[in-house]
Design a protein around this ligand. Structure first.
Ligand code: 5J7
Ligand code: CA
Length: 508
C-alpha cells in the first residue's frame, strides 16, 4: 500500500504537468525570437541568478523564408523540415544553449509546430532557413521526408471557415497551412523523432503550437512515442512537460478540457479577463478578483499555463482582442503581471518582446507582422545597457525591476496559501501568501491609506516594486510590519507603480 502510494506520488512528480524546473523556481519566460547565443548568455548572467525556472524558445526547426512582407515573425510557424536551423541559430548553438542553461538550472521549452508545414501557396524552391528544397504545390518536403500522402487534402481541401465544426478545425487548413495527417503512424513517427532529438539534447518540454487544430488522441499517440528526459539533468523516468496552445474563450466547438489528458493548456481567458479588470472595462473592478481562478471559469489551476500576453495577442492579433495588456501599456501591464505572479493560480509565463513600429489604421496594426530587430534579415544581438535594460529594440520585460522582483516573490511564497484578502469594494485590493509575502494594489482614482493584516512576522520590509533590497538597505519604500502582523500602506493613485509588494526575503 505504502509502496503504491509512493509510486503514484513519484508518477505525479515526473508527469507531463510538471515543468521540471529546479526546486523553488516557479516561472518561465518566453524569449520571443531571441538567438540561441543570446539565450545561453542570458541564462548565465540573469535568469539563473534572478530565479527564473526556464525559457520558452521560438521554433528551432527550419522554416520558410518570407520576403513579402519582409521576414515576418510568423514565418517561423511555417515549417519546411525538422533540421535545427533558423534565424535563432544552428544545431551546435542550440545544443550549447541547452547545455549551458541546464547547467545553471534554467530549463528550455521548445515551441513545437507539428500541426502543419508551410502554406499551400508557398511555391517551390529553396527559400528556407537552411536551404532545404520543398514544393508546397506537390506537398513535397524531401528533408523530412513528407509527400502528398502525409497531408489531410483527402479529408478537407480548403481552409477552416467554421470554428463550430470540430472536424474542420482539426482537418482543414489553418489559414492555408498544409495540414499534416496526424492519424498516420508515419507522420507521428517523424514528429516524435524530431521531438526526441530535442529531448536527447536536453530540453525539458514543449509548447504544442495550434493544438486546437489537432485531435487530442493524435497528440497522445505522438506523446506516447517520446523519450524520458535526459538523465544528465533530470531524474530517471521524467516525462517532458507539455503545454498545449488551445485558444478556448468559450463559444466554439473545441474545449480546452479535451486536452487535459495530454498535459497543461494555455489559458487565454486569463489575460483577456485580467486585462479587462485592470483597464476597468465593462464595469469590472479589482475587488471582483477575490475568487480569481477556477471561480472565474478558468481551467483547473494544475492544468493551466498562464500569461498576461503572448507573442500573438500582444499584436492585437489573436485571442483576447483589445483588452490584452502589453508592454505598450507599461503601467497597467506591470500591475497585471504583478497580480499574476503573486496569485497562486496556474503555472506562469512571462513575455519578453521586441519593439516594432506600431501603426494603427482603422483600429488594426498594419505592422503586426514585423519580425525581430534585424540587419537585412539577420536577427540582431540582444545587447545589455549599463543600467541592465536591453538595447537594439529588445524590450526585455523580464528585466524590468517590478517584473523580475515579482518572479522572486513567487519563488519565495511557493506553496503558501492565498490569504488575508482585503478590498475596498472598488479597485483597491490586497492579499498575502501565508506568512511569506503580501501585495497591495491601488487601481482607483484616489489614494489608498489603510492598515492591513499582512500575515508576516514583525519587522521592516523593502517594497520590491519601488526598489530593491541591496546589502541590507532598501532603495524603495519601507514597510513596517508590527508584531501583530499589521502594517500601514499609503499608495497614491498617481504613483509611478501603484502597488507595493513585500516578502520574507525582502525583510531588512
Ligand atoms: C489559431 C487559432 O486557433 C486561433 O484561435 C487564433 O486566434 C490564431 C490561430 C493561428 O495559429 C497559427 C499557428 C501557426 O503555427 C501558424 C499560423 O499561421 C497560425 C495562424 O495564422 C493563426 O491564425 C491567424 O490569426 C487569426 C486571428 C486569424 O483568424 C487567422 O485567419 C490567422 O490570420 C492570418 O494570419 C491572416 O488571415 C493572414 O492574412 C496572415 O498572413 C496570417 C499571418 O500568420 C499569423 O498571424 C500567425 C499567427 C500565429 C498565431 C498563433 O497563436 C501561433 O501560435 C502562431 C502563429
Ligand atoms: Ca490539423
Amino acid at each position: 500500500m505504502k509502496f503504491f502510494l509512493l509510486l503514484s506520488l513519484l508518477g505525479l512528480c515526473s508527469a507531463q504537468y510538471d515543468p521540471h524546473t529546479q526546486y523553488g523556481r516557479t516561472a518561465i519566460v518566453h524569449l520571443f525570437e531571441w538567438r540561441w547565443v543570446d539565450i545561453a548568455k542570458e541564462c548565465e548572467r540573469y535568469l539563473a541568478p534572478k530565479g527564473f525556472g526556464g525559457v520558452q524558445v521560438s521554433p528551432p526547426n527550419e522554416n520558410i523564408v518570407v520576403h513579402n512582407p519582409f521576414r515576418p515573425w510568423w514565418e517561423r510557424y511555417q515549417p519546411i523540415s525538422y533540421k535545427i536551423c533558423t534565424r535563432s541559430g544552428n544545431e551546435n548553438e542550440f545544443r550549447d544553449m541547452v547545455t549551458r542553461c541546464n547547467n545553471v538550472g534554467v530549463r528550455i521549452y521548445v515551441d513545437a509546430v507539428i500541426n502543419h508545414m508551410c502554406g499551400a501557396g508557398g511555391g517551390s524552391g529553396t527559400s528556407s532557413t537552411c536551404g532545404s528544397y520543398y514544393n508546397a504545390g506537390n506537398r513535397e518536403f524531401p528533408s523530412v521526408p513528407y509527400s502528398g500522402w502525409d497531408f489531410n487534402d483527402n479529408k478537407c481541401d480548403g481552409e477552416i471557415s467554421n470554428y463550430n465544426d470540430a472536424y474542420q478545425v482539426r482537418n482543414c487548413r489553418l489559414s492555408g497551412l498544409l495540414d499534416l495527417a496526424l492519424e498516420k503512424d508515419y507522420v507521428r513517427t517523424k514528429i516524435a523523432d524530431y521531438m526526441n532529438h530535442l529531448i536527447d539534447i536536453g530540453v525539458a518540454g514543449f509548447r504544442l503550437d495550434a493544438a486546437k487544430h489537432m485531435w487530442p488522441g493524435d497528440i497522445k499517440a505522438v506523446l506516447d512515442k517520446l523519450h524520458n528526459l535526459n538523465t544528465r539533468w533530470f531524474s530517471q523516468g521524467s516525462r517532458p512537460f507539455i503545454f498545449q496552445e488551445v485558444i478556448d474563450l468559450g463559444g466554439e466547438a473545441i474545449k480546452s478540457s479535451e486536452y487535459f489528458g495530454n498535459g497543461r493548456v494555455t489559458e487565454f481567458k486569463f489575460g483577456a479577463k485580467l486585462g479587462t479588470v485592470i483597464r476597468k472595462w465593462n464595469g469590472e473592478k479589482m475587488s471582483y478578483l477575490k475568487n480569481w481562478g477556477e471561480g472565474w471559469g478558468l481551467v483547473p489551476s494544475d492544468r493551466a499555463l498562464v500569461f498576461v500576453d503572448n507573442h500573438d495577442n500582444q499584436r492585437g492579433h489573436g485571442a483576447g482582442g483589445a483588452s490584452i495588456l502589453t508592454f505598450w501599456d507599461a503601467r497597467m501591464y506591470k500591475m497585471a503581471v504583478g497580480f499574476m505572479l503573486a496569485h497562486p493560480y496556474g503555472f506562469t509565463r512571462v513575455m519578453s518582446s521586441y519593439r516594432w513600429p506600431r501603426n494603427f489604421q482603422n483600429g488594426k496594426d498594419v505592422n503586426d507582422w514585423v519580425g525581430p530587430p534585424n540587419n537585412n534579415g539577420a536577427t540582431k544581438e540582444v545587447t545589455i545597457n549599463p543600467d541592465t535594460t536591453c538595447g537594439n529594440d529588445w524590450v526585455c520585460e523580464h528585466r524590468w525591476r517590478q517584473i523580475r522582483n515579482m518572479v522572486a516573490f513567487r519563488n519565495v511564497v511557493n506553496g503558501q496559501p492565498f490569504s488575508n484578502w482585503w478590498d475596498n469594494g472598488s479597485n483597491q485590493v490586497a492579499f498575502g501568501r501565508g506568512n511569506r509575502g503580501f501585495i497591495v494594489f491601488n487601481n482607483d482614482d484616489w489614494s489608498l491609506s489603510t492598515t492591513l493584516q499582512t500575515g508576516l512576522p514583525g519587522g521592516t520590509y523593502c517594497d520590491v516594486i519601488s526598489g530593491d533590497k541591496i546589502d541590507g538597505n532598501c532603495s524603495g519604500i519601507k514597510v513596517h510590519v508590527g508584531s501583530d502582523g499589521r502594517a500601514h500602506f499609503s499608495i497614491s493613485n498617481s504613483a509611478e507603480d501603484p502597488f507595493i509588494a513585500i516578502h520574507a526575503e525582502s525583510k531588512l
